[in-house]
Design a binder for this molecule. Structure first.
Ligand code: ADP
Length: 360
């Protein structure tokens, strides 16, 4: 009957949320070849639901290596398919959980495509950021008779351990009359000086993200594709109030597009380039260290070792739900970076599986 169906659905939902709590899930996505690249050799041998097999060139012919994750998306996966699995996470932000989704991989592997979309974004090619926010507003609307939600966003960039607010408007705020720029002296905010903007629809968010992307590009012209060498983070704060009991919830979601993970040859890089590389290496390994010590349930978690981990502190560990989305390029030329990306991801995934088994 209808009643039992609702019960069953609630039970399923509850299990989904329990499954995700306090764990780190790892997804992998392979970028398609570019149109002019059809004759290139592919490093990817095989993809199954949770396994990716890559070929490794070796002296005596060709070797293979398989890696297991919670999910592997091949190059034909659509933006909608990729997002489908994240929907329970988005729902849980409205229930007061902290969520962190981040994209990891070498420059050009598709991180920005997954999180934001291609250069010209259509409804079909919208990335996780847009879909997450429109889901959030859709669910809030479905619950409007019982809950009231306030949603605020921040958008920042971390470059060379410096945090930069991407929602500054140099006095042209009037173009966004629906937006209240608030001083974010709110309790519990990770970047106290960055603009915190109240939003009430997906349209507000699209406008703001466009502003953020324009501001990010301004930095890029000065320093030649700076975007691949900085982390960008869209943070969504959700405050909920139960209209009957008055009880409140507070959830937060970080959507992070990390700097390219490729190793810069130390013997070649000098000056600014070397400094950037060192900052990126430092913050990505700080992230790895935090994840590892969470998985081992260490009493001390080294959040303070980088700006990135400080920012994500509330959304990593404890009751938070974390999804790491690793990206790889398909070309056989990229196999060196691909293997090191997959190994990093495997380290994260293996400790997660170990921790999950202990919980059961
Ligand atoms: P990254 O952010 O890792 O540096 P990008 O997201 O900029 O990489 O991707 C590099 C290029 O490949 C872009 O032109 C992007 O639009 C394209 N691309 C990446 N992933 C996909 C995909 N799954 N489908 C189609 N094009 C993609």
């Amino acid at each position: 009957s209808g009643y039992h169906r609702v019960l069953e659905e609630n039970r399923k939902l509850y299990n989904e949320v329990q499954d995700l709590k306090g764990s780190i899930r790892v997804y992998c996505r392979v970028r398609p070849f570019f149109p002019g690249q059809r004759n290139q050799f592919s490093a990817v041998e095989n993809i199954e639901d949770e396994t990716i097999t890559v070929s490794i060139p070796s002296r005596n012919g060709k070797g293979q290596r398989s890696f297991n994750f919670n999910k592997v998306f091949g190059s034909s996966a659509t933006q909608a398919e990729v997002f489908l699995d994240m929907q329970p996470l988005i729902r849980s932000v409205l229930d007061g959980y902290n969520v962190c989704i981040f994209a990891y991989g070498q420059t050009g592997s598709g991180k920005t495509y997954t999180m934001t979309g291609p250069k010209e974004i259509t409804e079909k090619s919208q990335g996780v950021n847009y879909r997450a926010l429109s889901d959030l507003f859709m669910i809030a609307d479905q619950r409007k008779d019982t809950f009231h939600y306030d949603v605020y966003v921040q958008m920042i960039e971390i470059y060379n351990e410096q945090v930069r607010d991407l929602l500054v408007t140099d006095g042209t705020n009037r173009r966004y009359p629906f937006i209240k720029i608030r001083s974010s002296s709110h309790k519990g905010l990770s970047v106290p000086d960055a603009s915190l903007v109240s939003v009430s629809s997906t349209f507000d968010v699209i406008d703001l993200m466009n502003l953020g992307h324009r501001n990010r590009a301004v930095g890029a012209t000065a320093l030649n594709d700076r975007s691949s060498r900085s982390h960008s983070c869209l943070t969504v704060h959700v405050q909920g109030r139960d209209l009957t009991s008055g009880a409140t919830t507070r959830g937060c979601m970080h959507l992070v597009d990390l700097a390219g993970s490729e190793r810069v040859d130390k013997s070649e890089a000098t000056g600014d380039r070397l400094k950037e590389a060192q900052h990126i290496n430092k913050s990505l390994s700080a992230l790895g260290d935090v994840i590892a010590s969470l998985a081992h349930k260490n009493s001390h978690v080294p959040y303070r070792n980088s700006k990135l981990t400080q920012l994500l502190q509330d959304s990593l560990g404890g009751q938070a739900k974390t999804l790491m989305f690793v990206h790889i390029s398909p070309e056989s030329d990229a196999i060196g970076e691909t293997i090191s990306t997959l190994k990093f991801a495997e380290r994260v995934a293996t400790v997660e599986l170990g921790a999950a088994r202990v919980n059961k």
